[in-house]
Design a binder for this molecule. Sequence first.
Ligand code: TLP
Length: 339
Amino acid sequence: MIDLRSDTVTRPSQEMRKAMYDAEVGDDVFKEDPTVNKLEEYAAELLGKEAALFVTSGVMGNQICLNVLSNPGDEVICERDAHIFNYESGSPAKLSGIQLLPVEGKNGVFTAQQVEPLIRPTSAYYMPRTKVIEVENTHNRASGAIWPIEKIIELKHLAKKYNLFYHLDGARIWNASVETGISVKEYASHFDTISCCLSKGLGAPVGSIIAGTKEFIQEAYRVRKSWGGGMRQAGILAAAGLYALKHNIYRLKEDHQKAKYLAQRIAAHPNLEIDPEAVQTNIILFKPLKLSVEEGIKRCKEEGLLLSVGKVDLIRAVTHLDVTMDDIRRAADIIDKVF
Ligand code: TLP
């Protein structure tokens, strides 16, 4: 089977497993796990933030950040297709009592001009308080689109003007960084808080990092514990995260090349619709014109290729470090045949 359902399906390499095996561990709830401490220091440095915290998942990372930045009844502005709006089980409402105000973006990107009129006047006591602007880079449901840095900066100025927090869902910020050459530190510098995943393109089995000021991370630490996310000898997992950060960022370029090749092959097919230019990183979304999404996915599976649903009428393929260029050529042949 060639598995292109997500970049989360990778298995730890031998070298990563060795790093996990060798990890020095302690009880992280006492902050005594040296490997977790090392990972958090390394990640804070890489992201240019005062402090970082190892959390179980991308969802936990985003939700802790939103919880710390807001109070019940507050509002968070995000994009219509944002992960926090579509794929986090309604957690902003459930865990933090906050509501999201989605903005219709273009390719996942929205503008300061769109957001400014949506910011609630602080004098209107009968309205929710606008508290956070959230950006997702790269944007999952926009085919892994990269946010232009000037748009990120524009929104930062707007957030500052209205005294709002600015959060980055940087689950795949590494992909944006290797593609644009803009460092993750530069991306992170524009935001108050950032959440980024170790378990997607970077190939670690578990874990995300959140980063911000020391004061923010102290609060985040409390929230993580209260949600049952306090881990003990988590150094075993942190070792995989450290390995991923040190060895697996630069190679993401290969995943992007594979995605571009696959997108070109799909674009050449008369029964499939895709804008190959929209594929900037490792996520491909395409529309089957003659088969339903479900039928297309089912038939590809029968031929040995696993795909997933991107949006209602779109199929998703994601490239990652466990598929070779040969696998991708074979995947393209299967898609040709099925559709
Ligand atoms: N995305 C998953 C699914 O939930 C769709 C995937 O396969 O792509 N932010 C972004 C932008 C994400 O894409 C994801 C995961 C998360 C946050 C949440 O990460 P996890 O799954 O670790 O909680």
